[in-house]
Write a protein that binds this ligand. Structure first.
Ligand SMILES: [Zn+2]
Length: 269
């Protein structure tokens, strides 16, 4: 029995149910609001801060290594100077003495340079560590905000989870009654519509999606449900014609035929 071709009326009924399920799912999403996006953005932001901190920490390590190297170089220079001074005691002439003095001077310069570089590196480390502290402060704030938002989101998800699951199941059931091609165009229509409506009723002689007038002879065809009829203006599928007149706020640019209207309704327009 399941495999038999559904009538247009059955397919339209399923499409209409599908629409109402999807509209409820939209509501759930709206209720969750920006929270899921906010959580994701915070996670990205935190990852960036962590990357920055680890980059700074690596820079500190490099400076520390540089200081270590300079310290070694300074020690070597001091050792060399000691050696040169011993040699100077044993020189036989002034020329040799001057030559060694030059070496000593050069090593002395090396010591001064090493000390200067060490001071610079120490300053840089101090500054980097201040940067790390400040980024860490910001990171802590972000992490605490994220923790709060995660709890909010979790509660929100738990509240609507059950309903969402039920709706998704119903969606699957209705989708099975409609051929794939139609489901695809339904999804496409919904994706294009700002209000997420792909299937609408004719309400007060107008399309329930775009509010353009639907001519009476077309409304008759829609009521018959012999074929799937879409709005000429917006392409939405008409599920039927609503009998009850529900007062709605008039859309700004709706053009309406006023032929068969009562006096009151005409005045309203
Ligand atoms: Zn329309």
């Amino acid at each position: 029995m399941e495999k038999t071709e559904k009538t247009v009326e059955q397919r339209l009924a399923s499409l209409h149910k599908l629409q109402s399920v999807d509209s409820k799912l939209d509501e759930i999403k709206k209720m969750r609001g920006a929270l899921p996006d906010e959580v994701r953005d915070l996670e990205d932001e935190i990852a960036k801060f962590e990357t920055r901190i680890s980059k700074f920490q690596n820079e500190v390590k490099d400076f520390e290594q540089d200081i270590e190297n300079r310290k070694q170089r300074k020690k070597e220079a001091e050792k060399l100077i000691g050696k040169y001074k011993e040699q100077q005691m044993k020189v036989r002439n002034d020329r040799e003495f001057q030559a060694i003095a030059k070496e000593i001077e050069s090593e002395d310069l090396e010591i001064q340079l090493s000390e200067k570089r060490m001071r610079e590196a120490t300053d840089k480390i101090t500054r980097k560590k201040t940067d790390i502290d400040s980024v860490n402060e910001q990171l802590k704030d972000l992490q605490s905000t994220l923790a709060t938002k995660r709890i909010e989101l979790k509660n929100l998800l738990e509240e609507s989870e059950e309903e969402e699951a039920k709706l998704l199941k119903e969606r699957e059931k209705q989708t099975k009654n409609i051929e794939e091609r139609l489901v695809r165009s339904y999804d496409r229509l919904r994706g294009n519509a700002a209000n997420g409506l792909a299937v609408v009723m004719v309400k007060r002689d107008a399309c329930g999606g775009c509010f353009h007038v639907v001519p009476p002879q077309r409304q008759v065809e829609i009521k018959e449900k012999k074929k799937i009829i879409v709005c000429e203006h917006c392409g939405r599928v008409f599920a039927g014609v609503e009998d009850v007149v529900i007062p709605v706020v008039e859309p700004k640019k709706a053009t309406r035929k006023i032929g068969s209207k009562t006096k009151d309704e005409v005045e309203e327009i």
